[in-house]
Design a protein around this ligand. Structure first.
Ligand SMILES: *Cc1c(COP(=O)(O)O)cnc(C)c1O
Length: 465
C-alpha cells in the first residue's frame, strides 16, 4: 500500500515512511492511496478471531513493508500491556453497547494506538540502526500515553512538556512516576499553549531537529488511525452476532477527529450495512458538531470543560475527511486549508447532505455531561467518565429504534474522579494502577517556559546514534 498526501505535494511513500514522516512534508496529512474493501465472506470469517489476529488481518491490508511475522510480533507486544484478554471488551447497558477502550496502561483509549506506534517506531529504528528523540507538549492524557508507549525503549528518548500544576494529580503522577532513564518530564511555568508554542518553535529549527533526531508522535500519525480502525471492526463483529447482523451506529466523543476518522475508514472498508452512522459527539467546543449540522467549520475560542481531552477547536485530523469530502482532489484540499488559515473558517454548507449521510452530531453542555453520568449510574450502576458521557448523551438523543448503538468509552472514570464523584455522589474505588502510582517516587524537571532553556536541556539529554 502506498500513501499519499492530502495536498498532493509528495511522491507516494510506503507505510513505514509514512509512520516516520508523521506530517507529510508538504504540510498535508498522509492517507492510503485506496481503502481496501472487505467482502462479506471474509468479514464473516473474522467472527472468531482474537483481537490481535483481527488487528493483523486489518493492518496487513494497509502495510506491505513489514514482514508478516514481524507485524504479528509488534501487535502482540502492543496489546500485552492491556489488562483484559478481549483488549477492548464490550458491555451491554440498557439499549446501549459500550466498548471499553481504557484497559491499557494509562487507562485511556490513546493507549490502543500509542502502544502500537511506540513498538513500530522502535522496530523501524532498529532496522535503520538509528535513534529518535521524541518531543511533545501535553495538557494531560496524550503525554502519559506517549510516555508509556516508549518507556524503556533503547533507541528512543522522550521529552514531554506539561504545564506545572495545571494537569490533574492523576495525570501528573502517571507521567512523572515513570522513572525509566529514557523518559524526561518537563513541567514548565506556563500554560499548555506555552508548551505547545515552544515545541512548535523547536521543530521549526530545522538544523536542531535534524541534529537531534527529533520526532513527534502526535495524533496525525497514520499508524494511530490504523490501530484505532481495529476496534470498530471488532465491535461490529461482536455486536452483529448479538443483534442478528444489524448495521451498527457508533457514538464517538470527539476532539481531534482522530478516533471518529478511524470509524469512517472502517465504515468504508466493511461490507455495506456494517456501520450505519457515526454519531459525532462534542462538548461545548463544538466546531465539529456545527460542521455536521450546519456545514459551518469555523474556529472559535477554546473553552475549558470537564472533558479536557476534547477541549479542541482546530481538529488536526479533519483534513483527512476533507480530502474525501472534496472528491480526493488535493488542490481543493489545499485551497480549503488556506481559506481556514486566512479566514478562520471553511464553508461546507453545500456539503451538508453528503456529510449527513455518514454523520449525525450533538454537543453536550456541562450540565448534560453531569446529568448523563448521574442517570447512567442510577439506572445501571455503571460509571462513565465525562468524555464517555458526551458520547452517551449523543447516543441517547439520536438512537434509532432497532439500530444497535455502540458508545466508545474513552477513559476510565477514575482518571476524572472529581467530576465523576460529584455526579454519582460517592467516592470512586481507584483501580490498583492508579492507587499504586500515588505513592511512587517521581522524576520531573521544573523549568521556565523558555525555548532556549528547553533546547539546551534536550541537547544535554538526547540520545545520539
Ligand atoms: C483524546 C481523547 C478523546 C478525543 O479523541 P480524538 O481522537 O482527539 O477525537 C476522547 N476521550 C479521551 C479520554 C481522550 O483522551
Amino acid at each position: 500500500m502506498q500513501y499519499i498526501s492530502t495536498r498532493g505535494g509528495i511522491e507516494p511513500v510506503s507505510f513505514t515512511e509514512a509512520v516516520m514522516m508523521g506530517l507529510a512534508t508538504d504540510g498535508g496529512l498522509l492517507l492510503p492511496r485506496t481503502i481496501p474493501r472487505i467482502g462479506s465472506e471474509t468479514f464473516a470469517e473474522w467472527k472468531d478471531l482474537t483481537y490481535q489476529d483481527l488487528a493483523f488481518e486489518i493492518m496487513s491490508r494497509f502495510i506491505d513493508d513489514i514482514p508478516d511475522a514481524d507485524l504479528h510480533k509488534l501487535i502482540s507486544r502492543s496489546y500485552a500491556s492491556f489488562d483484559r484478554e478481549e483488549i477492548t471488551p464490550l458491555v451491554h447497558q440498557g439499549s446501549l453497547h459500550i466498548m471499553e477502550l481504557f484497559h491499557g496502561p494509562t487507562l485511556a483509549f490513546k493507549d490502543v494506538a500509542l502502544q502500537f506506534l511506540g513498538n513500530v517506531i522502535e522496530y523501524l529504528l532498529e532496522k535503520k540502526d538509528s535513534v529518535m528523540n521524541i518531543l511533545g507538549a501535553t495538557s494531560g492524557d496524550t503525554g502519559s500515553a506517549a510516555i508509556y508507549g516508549v518507556r524503556g525503549k533503547e533507541r528512543i528518548n522522550i521529552f514531554i512538556l506539561h504545564p506545572h500544576q495545571r494537569v490533574s494529580e492523576v495525570q501528573e503522577k502517571q507521567m512523572t512516576t515513570v522513572t525509566d532513564t529514557n523518559v524526561f518530564n518537563i513541567a514548565i511555568r506556563g500554560t499548555f499553549d506555552d508548551g505547545q508554542a515552544i515545541v512548535k518553535a523547536i521543530f521549526n529549527d530545522l538544523n536542531f531537529k535534524e541534529e537531534q533526531h527529533l520526532g513527534a508522535i502526535n495524533s496525525i500519525n497514520w499508524a494511530r488511525v490504523l490501530a484505532q480502525v481495529v476496534y470498530y471492526v471488532y465491535a461490529c463483529l461482536h455486536i452483529s452476532s448479538h443483534e442478528n447482523d444489524k448495521a451498527t451506529d457508533f457514538a464517538v466523543p470527539t476532539g481531534n477527529f482522530g478516533d471518529i476518522f478511524a470509524g469512517y475508514i472502517a465504515k468504508r472498508m466493511l461490507p455495506e450495512g456494517s456501520i450505519r452512522k457515526l454519531l459525532l459527539a462534542t462538548n461545548s467546543n463544538d466546531i465539529l458538531t456545527r460542521m455536521v449540522n450546519d456545514g459551518d467549520y469555523s474556529l472559535s475560542q477554546v473553552e475549558a470543560t470537564s472533558s479536557p481531552s476534547m477541549d479542541i477547536q482546530s481538529a488536526s485530523n479533519f483534513e483527512r475527511y476533507l480530502y474525501y469530502l472534496l472528491d480526493e482532489e488535493p488542490d481543493r484540499v489545499s485551497q480549503a486549508m488556506t481559506q481556514l488559515t486566512e479566514t478562520g473558517k471553511i464553508d461546507l454548507i453545500d456539503f451538508k447532505d453528503q456529510i449527513q449521510r455518514d454523520f449525525t452530531a450533538e454537543k453536550a453542555t456541562e450540565e448534560d455531561v453531569s446529568a448523563t453520568i448521574t442517570d447512567f449510574y442510577r439506572e445501571y450502576r455503571y460509571i462513565i467518565d465525562p468524555h464517555t458521557a458526551v458520547g452517551v448523551h449523543c447516543a441517547l438523543k439520536h438512537q434509532t429504534k432497532g439500530i444497535p448503538v455502540c458508545c466508545l468509552a474513552t477513559a476510565h472514570p477514575a482518571k476524572f474522579g472529581d467530576t465523576v464523584e460529584k455526579a454519582i455522589g460517592k467516592p470512586l474505588e481507584l483501580p490498583v494502577s492508579i492507587s499504586e502510582i500515588m505513592e511512587k517516587e517521581t522524576r520531573c524537571e521544573l523549568m521556565d517556559a523558555d525555548k532556549n532553556l528547553i533546547q539546551d536541556f534536550i541537547k544535554k539529554h538526547s540520545k545520539h546514534g
